[in-house]
Write a new protein. Structure first.
Length: 157
């Protein structure tokens, strides 16, 4: 996703791009890649962090190496969509580790979940023990992904 942000310039974009590719780069290496000395690069990184544009640094684990090769998208329809019900559902769904993503949706259903599991039997267990037990769940529809064509772990500038 390309975005025009007047608060960052081309050097900041280069720094962000390099850090997205490898956040463990040394300041020396990063400086060489973006064409600035170490002190201004370090100051720019600090400013990007303080502004909140760089939110955090983290290790992104390979779900395939962890044996989590099965991805299912789940449409969830709630029986109650008042604010208190939504808050209870949101808190409960955050506690399910297999739910990789959860979005409130405007449309024919209320939430879309991305659930990662080992296989269909594991997904069936997650559905039976966790997803169907979420507060106010009225109905679900599951869609199994056959192949990840594009899957990004981060936003691209």
């Amino acid at each position: 996703m390309q975005t025009d942000n007047p608060l960052i310039d081309e050097i900041d974009r280069k720094i962000i791009h390099e850090l997205q590719r490898n956040a463990r780069l040394s300041i020396t290496e990063l400086s060489a890649r973006v064409g600035l000395s170490k002190t201004p690069v370090a100051a720019r990184i600090r400013a990007l962090e303080e502004s909140g544009l760089i939110a955090c640094y983290r290790a992104i684990l390979s779900p395939i190496k962890l044996g989590l090769t099965h991805v299912t998208y789940v449409e969830v329809r709630l029986s109650d969509t008042r604010e208190a019900a939504l808050a209870r559902f949101n808190a409960a769904v955050r506690a399910i580790p297999e739910v990789e993503e959860c979005y409130m949706i405007a449309g024919g259903f209320d939430y879309l979940l991305k659930v990662r599991s080992r296989d269909m039997a594991d997904y069936r267990r997650i559905m039976g023990e966790s997803l169907s037990a979420l507060p106010f769940v009225h109905a679900t529809s599951s869609y199994v992904a056959m192949e990840a064509v594009v899957e990004h772990a981060a936003v691209t500038l």
